[in-house]
Design a protein. Structure first.
Length: 114
């Protein structure tokens, strides 16, 4: 299976928009999985916060481990709203440095990566 790094907005100014971003990210990542790829879904990070010892984690820990997955990905799928996400902008730049193909819609990803 090709590894697809799914990127897009996570944080927001209020908890409702954060939850909407999480829902959208998980929904699209599920579609990537159903299309036969192995998605990396950063919106599942909230599970780490629910675990014991989560107080030892800081935001930079999430950025570092996400970038480690990006660096071994076969392609990147970027979700709507990426222009306002500092994290996604940095991930796009890193993918460009590594010559990882970047897609902005699922149908193009499926067409080109199957």
């Amino acid at each position: 299976m090709k590894r697809i790094y799914v990127a897009g907005p996570y944080s927001a100014n209020n908890v409702m928009d954060v939850l909407r971003n999480i829902r959208w990210g998980i929904e699209v990542s599920t579609k990537v999985l159903l299309a036969g790829f192995a998605p990396f879904c950063p919106w599942l990070d909230y599970h780490f916060v629910l675990a014991d010892h989560s107080e030892k984690l800081v935001v930079i820990d999430f950025y570092k481990y996400s970038l480690a997955w990006l660096e071994v990905s076969d392609a990147m799928l970027v979700l709507y709203g990426w222009q306002k996400s500092k994290g996604t902008l940095a991930e796009i730049e890193r993918a460009k440095e590594l010559n990882i193909p970047i897609y902005y819609d699922l149908s193009t990803l499926i067409k080109n990566e199957r």
